[in-house]
Write a protein that binds this ligand. Structure first.
Ligand code: HEM
Length: 152
């Protein structure tokens, strides 16, 4: 087994843990930290650190994921699905990851622009719905990642 592939897989796993762990923690924080004053003290400091942490984790996930996909020759079946279990798993995972990346971009841009400032109603709705979407999509991405690895 190639050492580079092993390294990429370890990076992929550590970054998946960081990415999903971070999003679960922020979900818990969002539910438990209800006090407005406490929110105004905590979020402006924690937000940017969390945001960059998650961006680095997602980029590392995408790079290592693309490497692993190429290693297993999965892009052929991704572009030409053939109904096999592996083709199904990679297609579903790739679609979910694409939506996840788009939702993360929306969420990140709003968060970056409005940190410590008042948000408009539209910014609020977009920011909240994208973070809910990211949270739930993560659970499904994990599922298809496990299905994929079971077959490989
Ligand atoms: C948010 C993005 C992603 C997350 C959270 C994620 C998560 C995971 C996890 C947890 C595993 C290990 C599953 C297990 O051991 O049972 C895995 C494996 C894998 N992922 Fe991802 N992944 C992401 C993006 C990608 C992308 C974009 C690709 C390729 C296009 C990809 C390709 C793979 C492959 C090929 C494996 C199997 C590697 C092996 O068995 O050696 N992943 N992923």
């Amino acid at each position: 087994m190639g050492i580079l592939k092993e390294a990429m897989f370890h990076i992929h796993l550590i970054m998946a843990i960081s990415w999903i762990g971070g999003s679960v923690f922020m979900f818990v924080l969002g539910i438990t930290l209800r006090d407005k004053k406490a929110q105004q003290e905590v979020y402006p400091h924690v937000g940017p650190i969390f945001g960059w942490f998650e961006v680095v984790a997602l980029i590392a996930l995408l790079i290592s994921g693309f490497y692993l996909g190429a290693y297993y020759d999965l892009f052929k079946v991704l572009l030409h699905p053939n109904g096999t279990a592996i083709s199904d798993a990679i297609v579903k995972k790739a679609i979910l990851v694409a939506i996840l990346t788009a939702a993360t971009t929306v969420h990140f841009v709003i968060a970056y622009k409005t940190n410590g400032k008042e948000r408009t109603r539209v910014q609020n709705i977009l920011s909240r719905s994208s973070s809910m979407l990211i949270f739930f999509l993560n659970l499904f991405v994990m599922h298809y990642a496990i299905v994929l690895r079971d077959i490989l």
